[in-house]
Design a protein. Structure first.
Length: 166
């Protein structure tokens, strides 16, 4: 009977400790409660006119849904200041007869992360991602899907840099 009690106690401890632990890897100080994403500046020639706004909205939504922070425009604990730096299509995978098999759309952003509570945790970094598509395909026919993938991945990079404790 005592073996049963010890097994039951061990099982109960495992269940209780698992409920207190998170596998998300997010590390946000207890005294950090608010955030604000300042509208991304658009310094990228040839970028779609709404891309900077899309980046701002995507980062705001990422932080809002995956962190426990509340938006505060007046006195945020954490601020993100972003710039759309580059929007470029390049030729990749050269073939014979001086043609290419692939084109690559690359988007680059510069982000400053300001932690007004833990000031030593701030940083400035560039984040970039690309999308390859056949050279026989026009950019306008893949641009929406390409930008969805690129923006989602860049948001993942920014979020992980700001909050992941790996």
């Amino acid at each position: 009977m005592t073996t049963f009690r010890y097994t039951l106690l061990a099982l109960l401890i495992c269940i209780l400790s698992a409920s207190c632990y998170t596998f998300s890897g997010i590390s946000i100080g207890d005294n950090v409660k608010t955030f604000y994403v300042i509208r991304f500046k658009d310094n990228a020639p040839n970028a779609p006119p709404t891309l900077a706004q899309t980046l701002t909205f995507a980062l705001d939504q990422k932080v809002r849904t995956e962190a426990r922070l509340v938006e505060n425009q007046v006195t945020p604990d954490i601020e993100f200041i972003g710039t759309l730096v580059d929007f470029r299509v390049t030729s990749e995978a050269p073939r014979a007869n001086e043609t290419t098999a692939l084109n690559r759309l690359t988007v680059t952003t510069a982000v400053e992360y300001i932690n007004n509570v833990e000031t030593d945790k701030g940083w400035k970094k560039n984040f970039s991602h690309f999308f390859d598509f056949p050279s026989t395909t026009d950019l306008s026919s893949v641009q929406e899907a390409a930008l969805d993938e690129i923006v989602n991945q860049i948001m993942e990079y920014i979020f992980n840099e700001a909050f992941a404790d790996w």
